[in-house]
Design a protein around this ligand. Sequence first.
Ligand SMILES: Cc1cc2nc3c(=O)[nH]c(=O)nc-3n(C[C@H](O)[C@H](O)[C@H](O)COP(=O)(O)OP(=O)(O)OC[C@H]3O[C@@H](n4cnc5c(N)ncnc54)[C@H](O)[C@@H]3O)c2cc1C
Length: 394
Amino acid sequence: MTFDPTRAAGLARLADFVPRAGRAYAAERNTDRGPGDRSNVSTLSPWVRHRLVTEREIVEAVLQRHSLDAAGKFVQEVYWRTYWKGWLELRPSVWTRYTAAVAPALDALSAAERAAFDDAIAGRTGIEGFDDWARELVTTGYLHNHARMWFASIWIFTLRLPWQLGADFFLRHLLDGDPASNTLSWRWVAGLQTVGKTYLATTQNIEFATEGRFSPRGLATVAPSVDDDAPLPAPGPAPRPHPVPTGRIALLAHDDDLHAESLDLGGAEVVAVASPRSTSRPGSAPLVAEFVAGALADGRERAGVHYAAEASALDGITASAILPWLQVHTVTQLVTPYAPIGPVRDALDHLERDLAPEGVTLTRVLRPWDAHAWPHATRGFFPFREQIPALLRL
Ligand SMILES: Cc1cc2nc3c(=O)[nH]c(=O)nc-3n(C[C@H](O)[C@H](O)[C@H](O)COP(=O)(O)OP(=O)(O)OC[C@H]3O[C@@H](n4cnc5c(N)ncnc54)[C@H](O)[C@@H]3O)c2cc1C
């Protein structure tokens, strides 16, 4: 299982997987056969996370081959990703509180807890499966969905470690590490997302779904909801698309969306293209940093060819990195794909404030896929799921 950070590699993985995305996926997706056999899932997440391949392309390719009835489970899984992004977009404080809690949670560990934490991330707790998943995560950057659920459950309910530290460990090592899917999945396991409903990993389930590879002993037998001092915030408004400026623009492709070729830029003339150094994954493991750097280079080069514009690598999403580049090209309109809640979004917010006094505008292009779906992420996934057929027709 290799993850080459290019769109071409993502499309090849998609083409290979499409024949298996129908009923076979629904029947087999829950089985974790280990890193040597991932044929029952797509392993597309690192590419779709950075939008080297878009959700729309994945779903369209699958539905060209299968009916929605046959591929419904797979399509639904892709929409889980959209749902989590929309849910967080409507409740940004959940992300802010999580990021603010990580360092204090580490500082607050007792000596015994610190030792348990160190053992957990090094894969030396002695818990069968758990230790293997910790090592698999660090060496491959990928874990099967079921392994992620078991790992998070054992972390929280057996090892009794703070969920925020587990989420941070995942975010730093997963090639698909994503503020929404990761944070909200950890919260879901902890019972914070669907209030009162936790996820308990059991020996029996692990044994069954790993086809007997693992049979961990001594797991927690109860999973009481983790305490949280804040109730679920009410959903705020969903972002609305802004019109793309006309005339000469510079295009900034960032880590959250690297298929600039499919952005709707209206009649604007793209005179320059750039991508910044990775912004989305602060403190990430070298494997992740390498993947994202490769993805950014791939996205930048493709966009440059597509728009027949000079493609530059910039130092970051900061005014000091971006202004000189805009000045060379004598452009005052900067356009970028919309970034959902997370570090890229924060950097763009700062950038917009810093560019305004310089007479430069920043326009973020929201994709119709997100614009249509996110407003439905006000409640649980089940009401959201009912919208899928209508969303697919848009
Ligand atoms: C504790 C925990 C942490 C997670 N952290 C992340 C994360 O940081 N980034 C991430 O992309 N996913 C995360 N997931 C969701 C899910 O595990 C992965 O998206 C999925 O395993 C990726 O593998 P795949 O591409 O082979 O999935 P497939 O089964 O082939 O599914 C196809 C696509 O659907 C989407 N998808 C599938 N399941 C989920 C799900 N449960 N939630 C959201 N999207 C889903 C992904 O984009 C995936 O590529 C997490 C789940 C848990 C339980």
